[in-house]
Design a protein around this ligand. Structure first.
Ligand code: SF4
Length: 232
């Protein structure tokens, strides 16, 4: 993934919202084997906050819902940006936010919900509920045992499908957990990037065929291309 060109977009269709791709500090974990997001992280807090402010100025509030993503967790955004977000929520009458966070910040979610003062849909990169594949192959550093544990903190898991080494059974289990324990979710059909984790073309095709009904499920967003959300 290179440095993104487009940082503001609108998602139409399912869960309509404005979306901003902001810049944050490097992911505190940073060791997932499939991840090369770090190119869009920074260390200069003032420069990142200034850039983020410019992006956030494009938010109109007309959909009442705003999603913020940042190649990491919302807790890695500059403090100034979080303050700007509080202002935007108030001034643009945002009624709901979508934020993203790694499992390691789970005990901070409640304070963030309180701070923003509006409901937050917390997304989490689960990738798969198969613990062995998630921890051993993907090195996700998210050692929860079952989906119920995730659902106690988070609203919307992001799952990845079509990776070499993943099986059809794992994907079936993931889709079952998604529908059983969560109101919302995102499924990313894996795309090759600069890491050694590779796409399994046959598995990706099998998924798209078997789970084509998910495309019509208002609660699940299926991303086939990395830029499907219009940012990045
Ligand atoms: S937690 Fe997210 S940003 Fe951090 S290394 Fe893993 S995939 Fe990348």
């Amino acid at each position: 993934m290179g440095v993104p060109k487009e940082r503001y977009s609108r998602i139409t269709g399912k869960n309509e919202r404005e979306i901003c791709l902001l810049k944050g500090f490097p992911c505190a974990w940073g060791k997932c084997t499939f991840c090369d997001y770090t190119e869009d992280n920074g260390k200069d807090e003032n420069a990142m906050a200034a850039l983020n402010r410019e992006v956030l100025h494009r938010v109109t509030g007309e959909l009442g819902v705003l999603e913020v993503i940042n190649s990491g967790s919302c807790f890695e955004l500059p403090e100034k940006t979080l303050k700007d977000l509080e202002v935007i929520v108030r001034e643009k009458h945002i009624g709901k936010l979508f934020f993203e966070s790694h499992w390691m910040y789970r005990r901070h979610l409640a304070a963030m919900r309180k701070r923003m003062g509006v409901p937050i849909v917390f997304k989490i990169g689960v990738e798969t509920f198969d613990r062995d594949f998630r921890e051993r192959v993907l090195n996700k550093h998210a050692d929860f045992r079952d989906p119920q544990e995730v659902a106690r903190y988070f609203d919307s898991p992001c799952l990845m499908v079509g990776i070499q080494g993943q099986t059809r059974e794992m994907i079936d289990y993931d889709m079952e957990c998604l529908k059983k324990y969560f109101k919302l979710g995102t499924v990313n059909v894996y795309n090759n990037n600069t890491t050694p984790i590779k796409r399994d073309e046959e598995l990706a095709l099998w998924f798209m065929e078997k789970y084509s009904w998910l495309l019509d499920d208002p609660a699940v967003e299926v991303l086939y291309e990395i830029t499907d959300f219009g940012v990045g």
